[in-house]
Structures are given as structure tokens and as C-alpha cells.
Design a protein around this ligand. Structure first.
Ligand SMILES: [Fe+2]
Length: 439
């Protein structure tokens, strides 16, 4: 089988997964049709041969009832056309506007700034991809702007790491489309801090995005693979497949790093959203997030980001004070309880699979505990020094807050691993609850 034949067959297989109309995507399409002109570019025919919408018809609200969750002969995504669609120039302009509004992004782009417009300018924007990008731009601006910010970070990384042009283009485009799979999820799941159980659905977005890009674009498989892996982490704590470091494409790791940095810079509902109590201190917060887990991100890439944000260092403000008992003690207690539960699971789990999950959790908790220990918070004789130095207290709180986020992420990982392995969830319920505890 030739490479081309293989790609066509993969695309056809992926396309068949989109034959059934996704209700969340359909809802967004109907909303979009109320703001823009959306036309059927071919007959919409269900699997029984019934024509549900004729070619050339303008899409209206009634299409939602007509299509329901029907199975179509041709995916809805390829059957609709926006008039006019979103153009590469609009996306490039959005990037430039974002850099003007957000000085940190301009710093992160560095001399890679020109690459963003150049790469986006020649973007092969197919109908389905244009449709989803338009939906994100209109109805999920936080996600759309996070993707643009990640593109900008990737452009700076590509420049700082002196990547080959082909890799740079792949990296920047992967950042733009990394979250297209979110259009197929219940929008209520995208916002807010989800419990581990609901988060399982969000964890599917890289795989949905991979299938979408394979089915509906001519992007190289390596780009779709980057999208599939953009939440994988080298310590196995990522998703959806919990890959080990050696299994993760280095470019996917860079997209993941850019995703984290973009979320911190943009704040809002991102997973690493800025903590209002900590003020800006963006440079320090990014440094903590990227280095807390040794080896999570390539040191050379972390150094590029740190150098880019260095001019912000003195602008850090709003360093938090507060007492040790208020700000730090709850996390130390949470870690202790979680460690005891993980130890018990590792030693006496009812199945070998759960014992492995217990051991994984224990190693992750110990790693986070080590990071906390390095700050001196366990040295009770130093508490007076810590509490009297607002700057030091603030820096320690940054680490404590990052550890808190990592514990919540571990809760999701434990739940996901258990569910994916078909394990009984009862033995991990208490551990998940402790790890998920709000700070
Ligand atoms: Fe994502």
C-alpha cells in the first residue's frame, strides 16, 4: 500500500466516525447560522437515503430538529459552507491584536513574531476546519485566544530553539488546532474546575481533534499526532494515553509547554488560571509551572521562555502575604493524607492494576512533596522568617498553589487510569476525593 493510499484510507476511516451528527457541534452550527450565512454545499442525506436538507439551502434553526443525532451518508462538517468563511488573514490579525493587548505575548514571540503571520498566511483552511475555528472564535473566545497565544509561544520557541522551518510550521499550526476537538464536547464541561468523573469527557478532546484533522484536513500525520499528544507528559501523568517520555514526540512536548504558558498568560478559565491572591508575578509563576516536575519539559525550551519573560520579572506585583496556617498548611495536610492513601492502595489493592495506579500516585505525590520540602516549609524553625517576609511567602505560595493544581490533576489521572483499565472505582474514591480537595 502506497503512502498516499494509506493516508486516504486513514482519512476515510476517521471520516466515518463523524457520520453521526454530534449534538454539541450541531448546536454551535445552529448558533453560527444565526450570525452568519451557512449554506448546504451538497444534499444532506441520512443513512436510509432520505434527503434532510437540499444542496444550496441556507441553514436555519430548524436543522437542529431535522438532523438530531442522525447518521448521515456524508459528515455534516463537509456538507456546509460558511459564506464568507474565516480567512487566514483574520486569524493573523487576531494574533497581532492579541500581541498588542498582551505585552507578555509579544515578549514570548520575540523575533519569531513574523513567523506567525507567515505560517497562518499559507494555512490550508479547509471547509470543516474553517467551520470549527469560526465556532471557537465566536462562542469559545477563551479557548480560541489560548490557541492563538500558544501559536505565538510556539513561534518564539521555534525561533529560540532554531528549529528547521518545516518543524516550526508544524509546531505553530499544531498550536492553532490543538483544541478543535472541544467543539464536540458539552460546552459546560470546558469551563470551570471539573470533578474527575466529568473531566473524563474533556480528556477525550485530543483524540477527537486527531480524528477530525485526519478526516478533514491535508495536514501531515505528524501534526495530527502532535494534537493527540499535546496533553501527554513524560512522567506518565498526561492524557489521553498516559504515554512515557520516550513515546512522546518532541514537538508535541513543545505544544504542551506552549499550552501551559498560554493558559498562564491568558488567565481566565485556563487550567493554570492566575490566582487573584497572587497578583501577576507572571514570570515567576511560569517558571514554577515549567520546572516543578523535573524533566517534564526540555530545559532548553524552558530557558527560551524564561529569557523571553525576564523583562517582566521586576513588574511582578501583588506578592501575597498571609499566615502559614492559612496559605500552606492545608496543602501539607492534603499531601500527607494522599500519601497515606496511595501507600495503602499500592500495598493492598484488590487488583494488580489498582496496585500499579497506587504506586504511580505514590511516586507522583512524593515528587510533589520533594518540591515543597525544598522550599523549607517543613522546617518549623523557619516559619517565623517565612511569615515575616512577604516576598518569600509569596514565592512559596506560588509553589504551593502549583502543587495544589498538580494534586487535582493527579486526581483526574487516577480516575482516568482506573476507568480506562475497567477497574472498580470504589477503592480509589477516597484518594481521588483527597487529591481533588479545593485549596
Ligand atoms: Fe488541549
Amino acid at each position: 500500500m502506497s503512502d498516499t493510499t494509506g493516508l486516504i484510507e486513514r482519512a476515510a476511516r476517521a471520516r466515518s466516525a463523524f457520520s453521526t451528527v454530534n449534538p454539541h457541534c450541531l448546536q454551535s452550527i445552529v448558533r453560527l447560522a444565526q450570525e452568519m450565512t451557512l449554506v448546504a454545499c451538497c444534499d444532506l442525506v441520512d443513512e436510509d437515503g432520505t434527503t434532510l436538507c437540499a444542496s444550496g439551502a441556507t441553514v436555519s434553526r430548524s436543522i437542529e430538529l431535522t438532523l438530531g443525532e442522525r447518521r448521515l451518508q456524508q459528515p455534516l462538517e463537509t456538507s456546509l459552507e460558511l459564506v464568507p468563511g474565516i480567512s487566514p488573514a483574520v486569524i493573523a490579525d487576531d494574533c497581532l491584536a492579541l500581541m498588542r493587548q498582551t505585552p507578555a505575548l509579544a515578549l514570548l514571540a520575540g523575533s519569531g513574531r513574523a513567523a506567525v503571520a507567515r505560517v497562518v498566511g499559507k494555512l490550508p483552511l479547509s471547509g470543516p476546519l474553517a467551520l470549527l475555528l469560526c465556532i471557537a472564535r465566536q462562542f469559545n473566545p477563551a479557548s480560541y485566544q489560548n490557541s492563538l497565544a500558544a501559536m505565538i509561544v510556539c513561534a518564539g520557541l521555534a525561533d529560540g530553539l532554531d528549529l528547521a522551518e518545516q518543524d516550526a510550521e508544524l509546531l505553530i499550526l499544531a498550536a492553532l488546532v490543538k483544541d478543535v476537538g472541544e467543539s464536540y464536547l458539552n460546552p459546560q464541561l470546558i469551563d470551570g474546575r471539573l470533578p474527575a468523573r466529568e473531566w473524563q469527557q474533556v480528556a477525550a478532546h485530543p483524540a477527537i481533534g486527531h480524528a477530525f484533522l485526519t478526516a478533514f484536513t491535508d495536514f501531515p500525520p505528524a501534526l495530527a499526532e502532535c494534537v493527540l499528544q499535546h496533553h501527554e507528559r513524560g512522567d506518565g501523568s498526561g492524557y489521553p494515553r498516559q504515554l512515557a517520555a520516550a513515546q512522546i514526540d518532541p514537538l508535541a512536548t513543545l505544544v504542551g509547554l506552549a499550552d501551559c504558558v498560554a493558559a498562564l498568560v491568558m488567565g481566565g478559565a485556563g487550567e493554570f488560571a492566575l490566582d487573584a491572591r497572587l497578583g501577576s508575578c507572571l514570570g515567576e509563576r511560569v517558571a514554577v509551572a515549567l520546572t516543578l516536575i523535573p524533566g517534564e519539559f526540555p530545559p532548553a525550551a524552558v530557558a527560551v521562555v524564561a529569557a523571553a519573560l525576564a523583562p517582566l520579572a521586576e513588574a511582578g506585583s501583588g506578592i501575597a502575604g498571609g499566615s502559614f496556617a492559612q496559605r500552606i498548611l492545608p496543602t501539607l495536610q492534603q499531601i500527607r493524607s494522599a500519601r497515606l492513601l496511595a501507600e495503602a492502595l499500592a500495598q493492598s489493592a484488590p487488583t494488580p492494576g489498582l496496585a500499579t495506579i497506587g504506586s504511580f500516585s505514590l511516586a507522583a505525590i512524593r515528587g510533589l512533596d520533594k518540591s515543597l520540602r525544598a522550599t523549607g516549609v517543613y522546617d518549623l524553625s523557619q516559619l517565623g522568617v517565612l511569615e515575616s517576609d512577604a516576598q518569600l511567602m509569596g514565592k512559596t505560595c506560588l509553589i504551593v498553589d502549583e502543587v495544589g493544581w498538580r494534586l487535582r490533576h493527579l486526581a483526574r489521572n487516577v480516575y482516568l487510569r482506573s476507568a480506562q483499565n475497567g477497574e472498580d472505582l470504589a477503592p480509589v474514591a477516597e484518594l481521588v476525593a483527597i487529591l481533588s480537595a479545593p485549596d
